[in-house]
Design a binder for this molecule. Structure first.
Ligand SMILES: [Zn+2]
Ligand SMILES: [Zn+2]
Length: 351
């Protein structure tokens, strides 16, 4: 099989001919039809990302090994199954849950493998979807996709949309709540669609870009605030009768945005931090208990969340947008375009 692989960091990906794996036990071999490109693939390609004080946090220090076939947003059809792979059949169209754990830690045992102590995520710690075939360790990580959906639009659900969904769930919103969503990029827009569809809460979206705020309105935001033009603290306090927001979801998560978030909170508010911009925060510790705030970090979602998400997509509640399609030997081009911000919506590789 052909796979586009990171052999050396920062060098073009190489299309290599590898032995096609044979599934054993619970394993399933998927013929990849769509593999989404993601910003975290760029970090794998560059060999790290910027940590506190501008220092490079190396991927190899987190257990990543090269050569690596990236790709964690994978959809395709079942090619072959191990002898213990139950409940699926050949040629079935599936989406792969990539946030795989080792299966034994407390998180795995609660069905939250995305929070495993020793993650084995596909396309990060093991070979992923920039390939004609991918070996999935168990049939339990496959989600069937209905006729309504094609693999290109479904593949990105397992990362960006799942992250947005996990974040919305972590807010525990109820219909009378007001939620502020910070950042109206891809993740923020998806969270707005989901919050609108499943919580019935009032949604305030903030961003620095009027174009993105217009999109936020189109996706279901009730009110938008351009925090470059008006003071978000003043605006949110006015909109909430000086009470503050019941929940915040911060898709930027920088020192500046979270400092502002902390001034917008109603008593009992949940602050869900998702973005990877980073920085640090000075907390007024007494207000944490006296106002019963909950500070929550949110990372992707569980397989149960992904099943719900696919069902929402089948019913047309959420609509992922695909803008660029690439072949396997264009993997370097795909990552370069993504890095330079030339992909609007989602890019996908069709091996
Ligand atoms: Zn991703
Ligand atoms: Zn685990």
């Amino acid at each position: 099989m052909k796979s586009a692989r990171i052999v050396e960091v920062d060098k073009p990906l190489q299309v290599q001919e590898l032995v096609t794996p044979k599934p054993k036990g619970q394993q399933v071999l998927i013929k990849v039809q769509s593999s989404g490109v993601c910003h975290s693939d760029i970090h794998l390609w560059e060999g790290g990302y910027e940590g506190p004080g501008g220092q490079l946090l190396k991927t190899t220090d987190r257990g990543v090994k090269y050569p690596l076939t990236p790709g964690h947003k994978i959809a395709g059809v079942i090619d072959s199954l191990g002898e213990q792979a139950n409940g699926n059949s050949k040629n079935e169209k599936v989406l792969v849950f990539p946030w795989i754990g080792e299966g034994l830690c407390p998180a795995c045992r609660m069905g939250k493998e995305n929070l495993c102590d020793r993650p084995r995520s596909l396309g990060i710690y093991t070979d992923g979807g920039y390939s004609e075939y991918v070996l999935v360790p168990s049939y339990r990580y496959l989600v069937k996709i209905g006729e309504e959906l094609d693999t290109d639009t479904t593949a990105p659900l397992s990362c960006s949309a799942l992250t947005a969904y996990g974040a919305v769930k972590n807010t525990n919103l109820t219909p009378n709540d007001i939620v502020v969503i910070v950042g109206a990029g891809g993740l923020g827009l998806m969270a707005i669609q989901l919050a609108k569809a499943i919580t019935g809460s009032r949604i305030i979206a903030t961003d620095l870009d009027d174009e993105k705020l217009k999109e936020a309105k189109n996706n279901g935001a009730d009110i938008t605030i351009n925090s470059k033009k008006e003071d978000p603290v003043k605006a949110v306090m006015e909109l909430t009768g000086k009470m503050g927001a019941d929940a915040m979801i911060d898709f930027v998560n920088s020192s500046k945005t979270v400092e502002t978030d902390m001034k917008l909170l109603r008593r009992r508010a949940r602050i869900v931090l998702v973005g990877l911009f980073g920085g640090e925060l000075k907390l007024n510790l007494v207000t944490m208990p006296t106002r019963a705030y909950r500070l929550i970090g949110s990372y992707t979602g569980s397989i149960a969340d992904l099943i719900e998400l696919v069902s929402l997509a089948e019913r047309g509640v959420i609509k992922p947008i695909i803008s660029n399609r690439f072949k396997l030997d264009q993997a370097t081009e795909a990552l370069t375009m993504l890095k330079e911000g030339k992909i609007v919506g989602r890019g996908v590789i069709n091996p």
